[in-house]
Design a protein around this ligand. Structure first.
Ligand code: AMP
Length: 215
């Protein structure tokens, strides 16, 4: 019995909610990912947030990845996948999760597949937030002003978007061939986009446990 089923008194009707949210930097996927996680009662697992917390906390991991993150390059696949496996092995992720920022290339897709298959699990949906390039750049510039992130400089923004287009966007084809991609227009107000995500997931039978948390 999964943790969620146990919380439900063992109801076998409880579905898992194993989601991945994919979109270019500045697509709003971080914010939307948190809302989806809240509504489906599962943890949001954002690799960028985990790395940044380690950098600001001055941990060993943080020291290893700091320069890579500041340049907007990718941390090694092995290190990142190990971090994610550890996180997904915690009890709160037994019934599901919202992955944000991982997998980011084909190798990481393979790593995640192997991990989930080993547990008899698979992703239920991949939410693709579709936002034009110019809109992403405008939002990242705005965030640079508001949050002062060291990887939101012009040069690094360009590098991160190039890596997204070259390495991350193609993973959507892999998931599309499995029929699990839910494409959502990411242009609009926060609430509009959230509403679209919930409609799209619900129409696939993936109904939120706490829809109010996202409305
Ligand atoms: P994000 O907040 O998702 O844009 O991630 C910030 C930075 O963390 C990225 O530019 C990478 O340096 C690193 N990072 C996050 N997720 C991954 C991943 N799946 N693989 C490699 N590096 C990652």
């Amino acid at each position: 019995m999964t943790l969620r089923q146990a919380q439900d008194g063992g109801s076998s009707a409880t579905r898992s909610a194993r989601f991945l949210i994919v979109g270019p930097q500045g697509s709003g996927k971080g914010t939307q990912g948190v809302l989806v996680a809240g509504a489906y009662d599962v943890p949001q697992v954002a690799t960028g947030d985990i790395f940044r917390a380690n950098v600001s906390g001055g941990t060993e991991l943080g020291k290893r990845v700091q320069a890579i993150i500041e340049a907007g390059d990718l941390v090694s696949d092995d290190l990142t996948s190990e971090l994610v496996r550890d996180r997904l092995s915690r009890p709160d992720a037994a019934g599901g999760f919202v992955l944000d920022g991982y997998p980011r290339n084909r190798t990481q897709v393979d790593h995640l597949d192997a991990f989930l298959e080993g547990r008899g699990e698979s992703l239920d949906a991949v939410i693709e937030l579709s936002v034009p390039r110019e809109e992403s750049i405008a939002r990242l510039r705005q965030r640079a002003v508001e949050q002062g992130r060291t990887d939101d400089t012009e040069e690094v923004i360009a590098n991160r978007l190039a890596i997204y287009e070259r390495e991350t966007a193609p993973i959507l084809d892999v998931y599309r061939s499995r029929g699990i991609v839910v494409r959502v227009d990411g242009v609009g107000t926060l609430d509009e986009v959230t509403h679209r995500i919930f409609e799209a997931l619900s129409s696939r039978g993936l109904v939120p446990r706490h829809p109010g948390a996202a409305a």
